[in-house]
Design a protein around this ligand. Sequence first.
Ligand SMILES: *Cc1c(COP(=O)(O)O)cnc(C)c1O
Length: 230
Amino acid sequence: MTTIRNNLQAVRARIAAACAAAQRPVNDVTLLAVSKTFGPDAVREAHAGGQLAFGENYIQEAVEKMALLADLPLQWHCIGPIQSNKTRLVAQHFDWAHTVDRLKIAQRLSDQRPEGKPPLSVCIQVNIDGGAAKSGVPPNEVAGLAREVARLPALRLRGLMTIPEPAPDFEAQREVHARAAALLRQLQAEGLALDTLSMGMSADLEAAIAAGSTMVRVGTAIFGGRPRAG
Ligand SMILES: *Cc1c(COP(=O)(O)O)cnc(C)c1O
């Protein structure tokens, strides 16, 4: 087996063990393979290993990759920052956008979603640990934005997404992820039909699953180290 397929199996085993430890069914958690900076051949290898959902940060790079992989039934998730001038590409080409952090971006995504496509699934990115320079909505502004986004006709609000700073150990990681889980429960209690917590990466997926993650975004542990930052 190739390295990518072996790595995928190892990551699936980590997810299964984390679900067992948390007494959660393993199909609660979707694995998103983060293929940013890797070419179409790496995505093909992962697909051959049974992987269907892929996450990309750089929109132009992603759209070029999708064109080369159009023969495969893949699901594409935008997990990078979305500037106004990129919303049309996201609305046209992606299945999910995890990084909605302003109503203006959500509005454009909804307006630009092509007729005939299913609604674009979106998450609101939350700045869960308050990093000053970070993207994401402050936790106390999430509910207001969520109510507005939930009304947009061509979007389907699915839940929340976080990218916390690296934390020193499992308990510290879990504590931050638990704050996002509590915020999701609060929105659900207010009547929003949400089913997604996009959190956990190669280094902290166990803690994220312990706290209630439903979608882990894993790059390095599947594809190896990236040639450039991102
Ligand atoms: C790169 C990236 C990931 C994957 O990170 P790894 O540490 O390589 O698993 C997940 N989420 C986002 C938003 C990313 O930018």
